[in-house]
Design a protein around this ligand. Structure first.
Ligand SMILES: [Zn+2]
Length: 403
């Protein structure tokens, strides 16, 4: 009899607790449905909740121009053609951060293969040579060409790479490595460590977390972290690698692009000067999937990051901020109505392929008004512009290949 009563009481208690748990789950946590629209996106937990799903409100930035270029921050929106910026402005309802950068021109992006891929484009921007698609840091004859990070290192500057794709992906790879095939990720990671890139934040634990690579990271005297919460443990003056995802970092993986950039700038800032490349890697990926909502969230994240960077540069005279794209993706058109609801998947016209459309280059900060005068330049000219600016400050040095 006592056992029966006990069983009954336990059964009732179980029912109550189950009901309470279910109710709790439904009331406080969003459903995690893989087919849910991208509006379910959650910004990095390191940022205030008020930032979630809100566009940053930009303002006029006051960057000192009449000083030598000490630091260069090169920001690349992968696949960020001119029209996706215009569409972002329609959705945002106010100008994109690049609109506040006082100088701009068009940039031709074709490689020796025709319409470029990210590898040949990154090589052009970093090394100043047109090459074949899939090539990283070498010309069409497979001769290694000095990358912008090798150029900076030869001048005793610090160097950093921030991306939301895997760290050895094409765009960051072209800033430092030399390979004739972009997907040699282990080889590229090795070269990045050997070149002593001071800060590397992104995804790609698949390549950093192996026993062999961990040994290289250790002997290279790097701090190595895998979680956003560990960013605060990194010490200034020590090289750092943060691999925050096994493969690439989708938008809701911590830390955000802005948080990574913020930390990279904190670590790199110093008397030596630095070159930092920041890539919003997933604009291209969602354009290729013809997914406008997700593309807009990536554009929003990049807008925030550019805004942060321009405000940082206001406080750090001698910083040149460049924003560009490696190529256009998606053959994006701007809806004639100019209405936010018409910025949708119908705006993609190239079946997700890259196109040869010109992209834009925006400049602000140190010497920004003296970089280019033409209406249109080639992507290789960006390499020459950065080299001239750094030579004027740090002097000419012999060509240096670190790998
Ligand atoms: Zn690309």
């Amino acid at each position: 009899m006592n056992k029966k009563i006990l069983s009954l009481v336990l059964a009732i208690l179980l029912c109550i607790s189950l009901f309470a748990c279910t109710g709790n789950t439904e009331s406080t946590e969003p459903t995690t449905d893989s087919t849910a629209p991208s509006a379910e996106y959650v910004e990095a937990s390191t940022e205030a909740q008020s930032d979630v799903l809100e566009w940053v409100q930009c303002k006029e930035y006051k960057l000192d121009e009449d000083v030598p270029v000490k630091n260069i921050i090169l920001m690349i929106g992968d696949g960020m053609g001119e029209n996706i910026i215009k569409n972002a402005e329609i959705v945002k309802g106010s100008p994109y951060a690049t609109s506040y950068m006082p100088y701009s021109c068009y940039v031709g992006t074709d490689s020796l293969s025709g319409t470029t891929d990210s590898a040949a484009a990154s090589t052009a921007i970093s090394c100043g040579v047109k090459t074949l698609n899939k090539y990283i840091g070498m010309d069409a004859e497979e001769t290694p060409v000095e990358t912008i990070i090798e150029f900076a290192k030869a001048r005793d500057m610090k160097a950093g790479l921030v991306a939301t794709h895997i760290i050895p992906h094409a765009t960051p790879a072209g800033m430092v490595a030399h390979v004739n095939y972009r997907d040699l990720f282990n080889n590229i990671t090795k070269q990045m460590i050997k070149a002593e890139v001071d800060v590397m934040f992104g995804g790609g634990r698949e390549y950093t977390d192996t026993e062999k690579m961990q040994a290289r990271i250790k002997s290279g005297d790097y701090s190595y972290i895998e979680r956003a919460e560990e960013l605060s443990t990194l010490e200034k003056g020590k090289k750092a690698i943060g691999a925050f995802a096994y493969f690439d970092m989708t938008s809701n993986v911590n830390p955000s692009l802005t948080t990574m950039t913020q930390k990279a700038l904190e670590l790199l800032e110093g008397d030596e000067g630095f070159f930092l490349m920041v890539e919003a890697s997933h604009i291209d990926i969602f354009e290729a999937q013809e997914d406008m909502d997700s593309t807009m969230i990536e554009m929003q994240a990049f807008d925030k990051c550019i805004d942060y960077t321009l405000r940082w540069a206001e406080e750090h005279p001698g910083t040149l901020v460049l924003v560009t794209a490696d190529h256009e993706t998606g053959g994006v058109i701007v809806p004639e109505s100019g209405l936010p609801e018409d910025v949708n998947n119908d705006c993609f016209t190239s079946e997700g392929e890259h196109t040869s459309a010109d992209v834009k280059l925006f400049a602000a900060g140190a010497q920004a008004g003296n970089l280019f005068t033409e209406y249109k330049i080639e992507n290789t000219d960006i390499a020459l512009i950065m080299r001239k600016a750094l030579n004027d400050t740090y002097g000419e040095k012999p060509v240096t290949l670190l790998n």
